[in-house]
Design a binder for this molecule. Sequence first.
Ligand SMILES: Cc1cc2nc3c(=O)[nH]c(=O)nc-3n(C[C@H](O)[C@H](O)[C@H](O)COP(=O)(O)OP(=O)(O)OC[C@H]3O[C@@H](n4cnc5c(N)ncnc54)[C@H](O)[C@@H]3O)c2cc1C
Length: 459
Amino acid sequence: MIIFLHRKDLRVDDMLAFNYIHAMHKQSLHVLILDPFLLGHERYLEHSGVNFLQHAARLRQLYLEAGQQLHIVYGEPSAVLNTLLAAHPVEELVFHEDSTPYAKQRDRLLRATAEAARVNVTSFDEQALLDLRDFHRWSGRSEPYKVFTPFYRKWSDYRLRFYRPATSVHVSQLATVALAPDAAEAYALPPQLEAALAAGDAEATGGCGSVPGAPDPHSVLRGFLAERLSGYADGRDRFAREATSRLSRHLNVGAISARTVYEALLESEQREVWLRQLAWRDFYIYQSRLDSDYFHYEKRYDLSPLDNRYFQAWSEARTGIPIIDAAMTELNTTGWMPNRLRMVTSMFLTKNLLCPFTYGEQYFRFKLSDYDNVLNRGGWLWCASLGFDAAPYFRIMNPATQSATHDPGADYIRRWLPELAGLSDKQIHLPQAHALVELTASRARAIEVYKGILQSGRK
Ligand SMILES: Cc1cc2nc3c(=O)[nH]c(=O)nc-3n(C[C@H](O)[C@H](O)[C@H](O)COP(=O)(O)OP(=O)(O)OC[C@H]3O[C@@H](n4cnc5c(N)ncnc54)[C@H](O)[C@@H]3O)c2cc1C
């Protein structure tokens, strides 16, 4: 028998692991472990936790519809595995890999637990669209690509030659089995998580009722390709419109695979600009694996000239800069913020307000529905001028100018800060009298401070 552990692959098709299990002609026990470490600090009430649980509920439903069994349990993963190995005649453990520091440590423990019980371990790498390990080997480089454009050229070349198509086995073709009652009882879900799953929507998790239940990612994709792809290049930065795909919350929990998205895109014309965004996703995953500092930049650089004095006001949408407060209001209310505004708010926090990027990163971890450890860190490193291909330290976005350029009629500010709706189209973008900082002076100060920070990290 095989144990298959679901993690950020909450779907029932295009799974490398399913193809493998099918080819082995063995029964399989399918388990999703809700990890107290990842759902701690009541994260299940926050948008990122709600998104995961909504998709977990949807996964359970998809298994049911396919006549198969999925067991959702709660506990420390290696302890759960130990119990499963004792309760079932297991020959092999199978999972998809994840590359964050916590996930790697967790998987080391899982491997050790399995190996101690003489159980084989088979894992698959399928986080990115392309096989990045093979890509790196094929590129023949000793050093990774540090700039996006040459990476993208090589990535495109590799894609055209070696793309690994979506797999064909659906969960309905597998022979899933029941979980031993003792194990089910030992790792039963706490009532609040059970309620969240049973409801399958945000209502049951309390406090995040404005987040809609998880829609079908395939119809989100179809809707985007049919209705918005043609206007994507011009509209993606027009943050008052819904011009982007909004697929990130589905991609990041694996509710739809990057391969499925890519193959659907191939049928459309005008795909280049959007495909580039999928390549940015791969570029951050690539960095997270090949840049040994990726998860440690805060230790490599001296961030002591920065402090958190303005962090709370920023997070509570009280900066006095209308576009920042509007974007933070949308984030806090819905779990969503358009990409351009993620860049503007993160740069404002790290540069104008001189706050360490780790505060914003941690805040987004709870608040973004589409939170992803690798992509979020990549975005925050970018705005803090750290890491590969980051924003130069002297190029600091002016939030008022960004607002006036990308949304001249201020529809976005009026939507999220209705108390400012009466201001003129010119006035509404400008800092208010109580703004935390003056934009020009704080920009000049940030340039000086970041020059010093970047020098502190030179090897
Ligand atoms: C500070 C900051 C934090 C961020 N945190 C996250 C995060 O936690 N999770 C997350 O998915 N994205 C994050 N991003 C990247 C980006 O904002 C989102 O991927 C994008 O807004 C998702 O919207 P969409 O699905 O409509 O994207 P679309 O514009 O439709 O793009 C399609 C897909 O391409 C990928 N993509 C698009 N833009 C980027 C980008 N700049 N970097 C990497 N991949 C991209 C995403 O997978 C996205 O779903 C962050 C960006 C910044 C500046």
